[in-house]
Design a protein around this ligand. Sequence first.
Ligand code: MTE
Ligand code: MO
Length: 310
Amino acid sequence: MRTTCSPPIAPSEITPRDRYYDRRRFMQTAAGAATAALLPRWVGAGEKLPGVRKSGYVLPDALTSLEDVTHYNNFYEFGTDKESPSRTAGSLKTRPWTVAVEGDVQKPKVFDIDELLKVAPLEERIYRLRCVEGWSMVVPWVGFPLAELIKRVEPTGNAKFVEFITLHDPIQMPGQRSSVLDWPYREALRLDEAMHPLTLLVFGLYGEVLPNQNGAPVRVVVPWKYGFKSAKSIVRIRFVEQQPVSTWTQAVPSEYGFYANVNPEVDHPRWSQAKERRLGEFFKRPTLMFNGYAEQVAHLYAGMDLKTFF
Ligand SMILES: Nc1nc2c(c(=O)[nH]1)N[C@H]1C(S)=C(S)[C@@H](COP(=O)(O)O)O[C@H]1N2
Ligand SMILES: [Mo]
C-alpha cells in the first residue's frame, strides 16, 4: 500500500467517485458492445497490449512501482498537483482518436489510433524519465521508435523540427478551463532528435494500455530530456522548418529552454539540478549527464554550448 504523497480521501468523496467509475465502466461496456463489430478490438487502460516483444533496452536500476508511475503525475490538463491526474483523467475518451501527421512531409496522413499502433512492432523498453522538478522514475514503456512513423510520412528537405500537439478539449480536460498554460500543450524536437533510435512513441507501460494519466492513447518519451519534452495525449505531429516555441518555453522562457537536456551542470534558475529523487526511494541520487544516455546522444550536441542551449 501507498504510504506517502497521497492525501487522505474524505469519506464524502468516496461514494460519488465509485458511482462515477461504475457509470463510466457501464458506458465503456455499452460502447464496446456497440462498436465491437466495427473495431478490430477494444482497448482501454489496464488492458494487456498484444504482441509486445522485450527489447535490449534494460537498465540496472530497479523499476518504479506501477502504483507510483500512475499516481504521481504531471499532466496539467488534469490539474497542477501530482495526485489530480490519477483522480480525474478518467474523463478522457481515448477511442475514437486520430493523430494527424502533417506539415513538411511527402505523405501526410491522419492515422486512426488503432492503425497507428500497428505502424511498427510494439516493444518494451525500460527507460529512465526525469522531471525538471527533481524526481525520476524507471518505467517499462511499450511502443516503437518514432523514427518508424517519420519514415512512413517522408519528411521533405524543409522539415527541420517536429512539433507534438496535445488534445484541446476543456470538457474532457478540466485543467484546460484554467489558463495556467497556453493550451493546447505543445512540445517539439529537432528532426535528428526525433529520429534518434531512443525516441519512443508510447502506447503502454508495464505491458498494458497507457493509463490516461500517463498520456493515453499515445505520447512520446524522450529519455535524455526533462519530462516536459515528452508530450502526452497527442493529436497532431507537425513537421516544420522553424524552431517551434514550446508551451513551457512560452510560459517561462528563462526556466524552460527548447533543448531541455538533462544536465546536472545547468541549474534551473530556482533550484539545483545536481540530484534527483527516484519515486519510491528516500535518498537522492546524483543526476547523470543526459540522464545516463550520454553515450548514445552526446554527439547530437557536439560543438553546442549547453549552457546557452539549455
Ligand atoms: N500534454 C501534456 N504532456 C505532458 C505534461 C503536461 O502537463 N501536459 N507534463 C510533462 C511533464 S512536466 C512530465 S515530468 C511528464 C510526466 O509524465 P508521467 O506523468 O507519465 O510521469 O509528462 C510531460 N508531458
Ligand atoms: Mo516535469
